[in-house]
Design a protein around this ligand. Structure first.
Ligand SMILES: Cc1cc2nc3c(=O)[nH]c(=O)nc-3n(C[C@H](O)[C@H](O)[C@H](O)COP(=O)(O)OP(=O)(O)OC[C@H]3O[C@@H](n4cnc5c(N)ncnc54)[C@H](O)[C@@H]3O)c2cc1C
Length: 429
């Protein structure tokens, strides 16, 4: 009898998670990646001049237990550290003041842990938001209240990468409810970067398991026969699949649409702009939020600082990059000085800009197309955009495990039965 092999296409977090899951009980797998390196939207960029940085800052919350489970499985859990143990420092550019707020919604019951402008009466609106079942835009649940600027706007952009005027209240509610568990709201960042602290440990584990990771191998077409995939066409050859083999496409929606044009997939995306300044930073990372500013998040590392601007289409379309960068630099200078760094407003350091045009799907309140999870008898889909949770590392990890689980059962009468519906339990994998 031929051994079953799982062919995973795409070495982003969903593909890495699927490959680990497929090999868990001694299964065989092979991983194909179009780019010369694995990691997808989570990667460290290593230019020849030595100024290495992540494509963009990624944070995890302790509520992201599937992502943390993956880190633990590959021995990298302790590489993700909590830069702000006392709460999240938020710098308000308008007033030039810093305030440390609690990240757990429970902590907002205490005035000293509340975001600026939050009143007790706002709590009822927050509860209404957290209980959102019928979907509508976040801004329409909160209304025209000051906490839109000081909390809900930044939170929505951070979690959904979609402007609150259109972002899905139901998706945000799922994330908010997960923060209610004890110790669920600790914010974590990779100590040294995404490559070293996330992607590389997974690749090393796969290496030990004997899984071939074939970088620079784009799957151009699927060869199908009836309801099955029987081959994968790469750039220079076609891989014939065995009769028991499985395929997992761990790809963004536009690649799924290209390979399987009949499937409904989300069509709209949001950008994230990342600006990295090269300067001597701090030994231990610091993470600061901004309000009333172009800058949204600032991560200070040992040899550079990184600024994130989510849902960045609006900002990056109009203004010249030089102007954007100098605005951001001037915004962050006072905070860097407060942290003890020697910086001068009119002496901007070397800079790198990374604009991820399709950083995530646009997670708006209109219901997003969800294809069947197992559209062919031996093929399942994975990717951060599947399911009901915000499109993040956590949903990517869950989707990889869910794809392996979906292929475990013999195909029933209609293989299309297994749709990527919202998980029944909030964290179901
Ligand atoms: C700047 C930025 C900041 C972010 N911040 C956060 C954050 O703070 N926290 C968080 O949880 N999430 C964050 N995210 C989202 C997170 O990065 C994604 O949710 C996650 O990386 C998606 O993983 P994925 O495997 O689903 O997709 P991808 O990473 O897109 O992986 C798909 C892979 O498939 C490969 N591929 C494509 N076509 C083919 C083909 N035909 N053949 C073979 N390979 C192919 C691609 O090269 C890619 O490597 C951020 C994203 C960005 C861009």
């Amino acid at each position: 009898m031929t051994a079953r092999r799982t062919h995973v296409v795409g070495a982003g977090i969903a593909g890495l998670s699927a490959t680990l899951a497929a090999t868990k009980e001694g299964g065989e797998a092979v991983l194909y990646e179009a780019a010369p390196w694995p990691g997808g939207r989570c990667r460290t960029i290593h230019p020849a001049d030595g100024f290495s940085h992540d494509n963009g800052t990624h944070v995890l919350l302790s509520a992201n237990r599937h992502a943390l489970g993956l880190l633990k499985a590959v021995g990298a859990r302790d590489r993700w550290i909590e830069p702000e143990r006392k709460g999240l420092p938020l710098y308000d550019l308008r007033t030039g003041t810093m305030r440390t707020i609690g990240l757990s919604p429970w902590s907002w019951l205490w005035p000293s842990r509340r975001p600026r402008d939050m009143r007790v009466t706002d709590l009822t609106h927050l509860v209404r938001l957290a209980l959102s079942v019928r979907d509508r835009p976040v801004a329409s649940v909160i209304g025209d209240r000051p906490i839109m600027d000081s909390l809900i706007g930044p939170l929505t952009m951070a979690v959904l990468n979609t402007p609150p005027e259109v972002a899905s209240a139901r998706r945000l509610a799922l994330a908010l409810r997960r923060l209610l568990w004890p110790r669920a709201s600790r914010l974590l960042v990779a100590k040294n970067g995404l490559g070293e602290d996330l992607v590389q440990p997974v690749i090393e584990t796969l290496h030990v398991l004997g899984v071939p990771v074939l970088a620079g191998q784009r799957v151009r077409n699927l060869v199908t026969h009836g309801e099955r995939v029987i081959g994968l066409s790469l750039t220079d050859r076609t891989i014939a699949l065995g009769p028991e083999d499985h395929v997992i496409l761990a790809l963004p929606p536009y690649e799924i649409e290209r390979l399987l044009p009949a499937l409904p997939v989300p069509q709209r995306f949001e950008a994230i702009l990342n600006v990295h300044f090269r300067l001597p930073g701090l030994e231990k990372p610091r993470f600061i939020g901004f309000t009333s500013a172009l800058t949204q998040w600032l991560l200070v590392r040992r040899d550079h600082v990184s600024v994130t601007v989510s849902a960045a289409d609006a900002v990056a379309r109009g203004e010249a990059p030089d102007l954007l960068v100098s605005t951001i630099w001037r915004e962050i200078v006072p905070v860097l000085r407060d942290l003890g760094l020697v910086v001068v407003a009119d002496r901007q350091p070397e800079v790198r800009i990374v604009k991820e045009k399709r950083a995530t799907i646009r997670q708006d309140a209109a219901s997003l197309p969800q294809p069947p999870l197992r559209p062919l008898a031996n093929l399942a889909l994975a990717g951060d955009w599947l399911g009901a949770l915000p499109a993040t590392i956590e949903s990517a990890v869950i989707s990889g495990k869910a794809a392996v689980a979906a292929l475990r059962h013999p195909p029933s009468a209609g293989v299309h039965a297994s749709r990527a519906h919202p998980p029944r339990r909030e964290d179901a994998a």
